[in-house]
Design a binder for this molecule. Structure first.
Ligand code: SF4
Ligand code: SF4
Length: 419
């Protein structure tokens, strides 16, 4: 094992600098997930929006709409990556701002170009929208290009309209609902393959019961994701953390009551999946086998970056110096910035090592571990929610006839890569 110089956050790299590239070169079946910022402006102004209102204003220096040369650059980046590394899967997530602000003709060109670059590979396109601009013409484009749509909505009108407001401060629920109904109808009559999914940020001010019932019973969503709020150790308060934990606990109860209703709740389903499969993080060999998916953001300017939410942590992390117009996948795989992000993501905070859930949780999402004093070497701010989630998922597995000894032996293995 190679131990490189520590970073400013005291995290020692356990991976040789070119290992990412070597892993990809020898890892047939490799894939990538690209979050493509096709617009960096929005038609509304949600009060909690991390992209526009969290202090980072780099979007102002980026084009409002993706340029044609960025689309061409990404298509070339993918074709070249496929030839060099036998890429097998590309998952493209069309993101913003609000992606439906892009002109329809330009969206069609983009989908055609990237689709051609990915021909012969498994290629999925998802679009995350606030749904306010959805109309029949958009639905035709989603149909033609097999785009799966996720809608952001926070719950009943009186909850949603408190935070998801337009630029004049007016609630957006009614306009979002019109878009949701168009998408659901298009799925019911067979024009769209997949029903729209729903993405809601957990709001500690409200109960899971209020939000879950509205989304599942009233709006008939079958595929829902509840996101733990984007808090770090600098911004959290104990009372909101306690309320979020209570929300997660209630959510697990509701999920169990609905087990036969075909409802998917991603935060719970992911925990169940992690507990069911063998731990994949216990050794460097397992790390090699598990890390074939690279995830990155391409800004409207073509810059390659880690996830947006890290913008408010260490500014150096966002600066890869790479752009899809001029860089290749090889450049990305050999990038010190990517290696550093990978080490950070793979490292386990010291305080997590004695936790019973460390093998599945590993400290949670990187952003939730951040503090300005200690970098990413902290347990997740959502630690109690994660413990509640994993213990509830274990109970669910046991109730469904899972093997206790097998589960216990999976959890007993400890990761070897430690901060
Ligand atoms: S819809 Fe999304 S991008 Fe637009 S303001 Fe709301 S959270 Fe931000
Ligand atoms: S549950 Fe908490 S202590 Fe355990 S690994 Fe996750 S963040 Fe760390």
């Amino acid at each position: 094992m190679v131990l490189n110089a520590s970073t400013k956050f005291g995290i020692a790299s356990s991976y040789p600098p070119d290992q990412f590239e070597r892993d990809m070169r020898f890892g047939a079946g490799a894939g990538m997930e690209i979050i493509l910022k096709i617009t960096e402006r929005c038609n509304i102004a949600c009060t909690y929006c991390y992209f526009f209102f969290a202090g980072d204003e780099s979007y102002k220096s980026h084009p409002a709409y993706i340029h044609d040369d960025v689309v061409d650059g990404l298509a070339r980046f993918l074709s070249e990556g496929r030839r060099s590394y036998d890429l097998r899967r590309v998952r493209l997530i069309l993101h913003g701002g609000e992606p439906l602000l892009l002109k329809k003709s330009r969206m069609t060109q983009l989908l055609v170009k990237i689709g051609e670059a990915c021909s012969g590979m498994e290629f999925q396109v998802t679009l995350q929208t606030n749904a306010m601009l959805v109309d029949e013409e958009w639905i035709e484009i989603f149909k033609q290009h097999r785009v799966t749509v996720g809608v952001s909505l926070d719950g009943p009108k009186w909850i949603h309209d408190k935070y998801r407001v337009d630029k004049r401060g007016r609630g957006t629920y009614d306009r979002v609902l019109q878009g949701v109904r168009l998408l659901q109808n298009a799925h019911s009559d067979g024009r769209l393959q997949a029903a729209p999914g729903l993405l809601a940020v957990i709001n500690p001010e409200f109960t899971a019961d209020e939000i879950y019932h509205h989304c599942i019973k009233t709006l008939s969503f079958k595929n829902v994701d509840f996101l733990l709020p984007d808090l770090d150790h600098n911004t959290r308060t104990k009372s909101e953390i306690d309320k979020i934990t209570k929300f997660v606990s209630e959510l697990l109860t509701l999920y169990r009551q609905e087990l036969d209703a075909g409802v998917k709740v991603r935060i719970v389903d992911s925990a169940l999946r992690e507990l069911r499969v063998l731990p994949i993080h216990a050794s460097l060999l397992q790390r090699f086998l598990s890390q074939k998916e690279i995830v990155f953001v391409v800004a409207s300017s073509g810059e390659i970056q880690p996830e947006d939410v890290l913008r408010t942590t260490d500014p150096d992390l966002m600066n890869t110096g790479l752009n899809v117009i001029t860089s290749t996948l090889k450049d990305l795989l050999l990038s010190p910035a990517l290696a550093r992000l990978n080490d950070l993501s793979y490292s386990v905070p010291a305080d997590c090592m004695s936790c019973n859930w460390v093998n599945v949780c590993r400290g949670g999402i990187l952003y939730h571990r951040y503090s300005s004093d200690n970098g990413f070497n902290n347990c997740s701010v959502h630690c109690e929610s994660l413990k509640t989630l994993y213990s509830g998922a274990c109970e669910t597995l046991m109730l469904a006839g899972g093997d206790f000894n097998q589960l216990n032996s999976r959890l007993a293995k400890k990761p070897s890569a430690i901060i």
